[in-house]
Design a protein around this ligand. Structure first.
Ligand code: UDP
Ligand code: MG
Length: 184
């Protein structure tokens, strides 16, 4: 098995000169760093109650993203207020916090190349009415206040959200056996 820092086989076999070989190595190393981007995804209480947990996890697995953490919990009001702190002045904030605390949620960290942005595309728009069929919100829900899933909107928010929802020891670092079939 290739180690994390081994040359791609194309570089090993092609007799590239040392300059192009080193730029190949540099780009492989930066690609590896990009592959470890993480996002926070949560299946909201309506997604859990409606039996959509398996379907949602399946989409992230089948896409080729790697799960780094998952837990099933009913979140406290304090935690949810913190999670949505940027929306605290919006009129829907109290109802949002109540809805998110009304039952259990599935909190997950997923890892992969551009997982934050691609995760948002997989979710669809905030309002399910604007979400295309084929997206999670486009396929499984109707109203903005019952839109079944959360996904971080930037790498910075993902870092904050993962820190809020997971202790460091609850995140697992491992190599997926499919990695070399998903990334060049
Ligand atoms: N929300 C709502 N009414 C609105 C806008 C948002 O109830 O008019 C809820 C909805 O559940 C949404 C969450 O607030 O997912 C967070 O809003 P945000 O704008 O961050 O959307 P998201 O990032 O979830 O797409
Ligand atoms: Mg948001």
């Amino acid at each position: 098995m290739p180690t994390a820092l081994s040359f791609p086989s194309s570089a090993r076999l092609s007799g590239l000169n040392s300059d192009s070989q080193s730029s190949h190595i540099t780009s492989s190393v930066s690609a590896m760093a990009a592959n470890t981007e993480q996002t926070f995804i949560a299946i909201k209480p309506d997604g859990v109650q409606r039996g959509l947990v398996g379907e949602i996890i399946k989409r992230f697995e089948q896409k080729g993203f790697k799960m780094s953490g998952m837990k099933f919990l009913q979140a406290s009001e304090d935690m949810l207020k913190q999670h949505y702190i940027d929306l605290k002045d919006r009129p829907f904030y109290p109802g949002l916090v109540k809805y998110m605390g009304s039952g259990p949620v599935v909190a997950m960290a997923w890892e992969g190349l551009n997982v934050v942005k691609t995760g948002r595309v997989m979710l669809g728009e905030t309002n399910p009415a604007d979400s295309k069929p084929g997206t999670i919100r486009g396929d499984y829900c109707v109203e903005v206040g019952r839109n079944i899933i959360h996904g971080s909107d930037s790498v910075e928010s993902a870092k904050k959200e993962i820190k809020l929802w997971f202790k460091p020891e609850e995140l697992v670092s491992y190599k997926s056996c499919a990695k070399d079939w998903i990334y060049e």
